[in-house]
Design a protein around this ligand. Structure first.
Ligand code: V47
Length: 363
């Protein structure tokens, strides 16, 4: 039908029957299948899992500092400690930020920042405990695997013990940042100083073992190849087969402004949709694919719901700068729940407000 080649028609049939794509099949399918077919199959795969539901939450971010010991080439946010644009909030300032979101109905506080050279594990344990104390009804989803590995290494503790202490203090989930691209030749060009793929994966593996759910990301649309993308997804799929601890996968499109890879530019919306569909089709064991609107922009995020995404992240409340500093459309990302629900409904889906663990929030 539709002049599809025999191999693409056979793969489409396999996917439609719920079959698992191998790496080489994923490569063939992504290179040759028409965009509309990817959308159709990814939508079927999404609807088999969560029907017409599209999830969102009420959340806000805290970005304690943009001072970072690493200097990733794609990052527009990081500053050296002596830069006039550097920030490094005190605990009191951070708690005042938490207080400013009181009454917003937030069920999640997302904390990530630069890897600051000064702070140690005890500082972060105290910070998490204090944030949780100020807003006990919200879950704390905190620190990328890179921040976690750094603070736990610095304390001279085994990973498991460090994560256990952070969990005890109130860290209930871990966000997906820091994964970038696992393939070493690309990783060492775009973020040479950052922890390795194996370090990232072992933080998540250990967290899953301790019952801490986590997310995963990919940073795509720069110098990586299709093989690198599939390799990245494959490592995540294998870890998920082992642990089942990932809740969501978030494809993060490289945004090119004000960083040292700017000359590369950005991929098109067509590429964004192909990447979203690939994630849904390849990661058959990760329940949720997020269309992260502060990075995609609202309209692209909405379109991603027709390519297998089932989660729009949250209301944000103008609390993150990572993407606006890299030139994303939303300079002060914030939506009300009514706007969020209207975005989801007009894409043909039923909005479901969720908590960090994807339980529906009772209104
Ligand atoms: O690891 C930094 C990315 C990530 C750029 O788990 C960039 O729910 C594109 O991981 N262009 C941090 N991407 C953000 C993150 C995240 C965001 C939302 C939800 C969740 C979740 C996690 O941001 C970094 C890096 O991959 N990033 N700079 C850039 N110029």
């Amino acid at each position: 039908m539709f002049n599809l080649s025999e191999s693409i028609a056979a793969l489409a049939d396999k996917i439609d029957r719920g079959g698992r794509l191998s790496r080489s099949e994923a490569k063939t399918f992504l290179s040759e299948a028409p965009l509309a077919l990817l959308g159709l199959l990814a939508t079927h795969a999404k609807e088999r899992k969560s029907g017409k539901a599209v999830f969102y939450n009420r959340n806000f971010h805290i970005e304690p500092t943009n001072v970072c010991v690493f200097n990733c080439r794609f990052c527009s946010y990081r500053r050296p400690a002596d830069s006039p644009d550097a920030w490094d909030y005190s605990k009191e300032e951070i708690l005042a930020q938490v207080d400013s979101h009181r009454g917003s109905g937030a069920t999640e506080v997302h904390i990530v920042g630069g890897v600051h050279p000064r702070n140690g594990l005890d500082y972060y344990i105290d910070l998490i405990r204090s944030v949780k104390g100020r807003m006990p009804q919200a879950s704390v989803k905190a620190f990328t695997a890179i921040e976690l590995a750094y603070m736990i290494n610095k304390a001279g503790l085994p990973l498991e013990e460090g994560l256990r202490r952070l969990k005890e203090a109130g860290m209930e989930a871990i966000p997906g940042g820091g994964a970038e691209i696992f393939a070493e030749p690309v990783r060492s060009r775009i973020c040479p100083e950052k922890g390795t793929a194996d370090e990232w994966l072992s933080v998540h593996r250990t967290a899953h073992r301790l019952g801490i759910p986590t997310n995963a990301t990919i940073l795509y649309g720069h110098i990586e190849s299709l093989d690198d993308r599939i390799d990245h997804l494959d490592r995540l799929r294998r870890l998920q087969d082992e642990t089942g601890g990932f809740n969501a996968f978030i494809p993060l499109k490289y945004r090119s402004r004000h960083n040292s890879m700017e000359e590369i530019g950005e991929v098109s919306i067509v590429e964004d949709m192909r990447m979203t569909a690939l994630a849904r089709l390849y990661l058959d064991n990760i329940p949720h694919i997020k269309a992260y609107w502060p990075m995609f922009g609202k309209t692209t995020a909405q379109l991603a719901l027709a390519f297998g995404a089932d989660d729009m992240d949250g209301t944000i409340d103008d609390s993150t700068k990572i993407y606006s500093m890299a030139g994303a459309e939303e300079s002060k990302p914030s939506v009300t729940t009514a706007e969020m629900e209207a975005m989801i409904r007009s894409a043909g889906y039923e909005p479901v407000e969720r908590d960090t663990f994807y339980n529906p929030v009772k209104k």
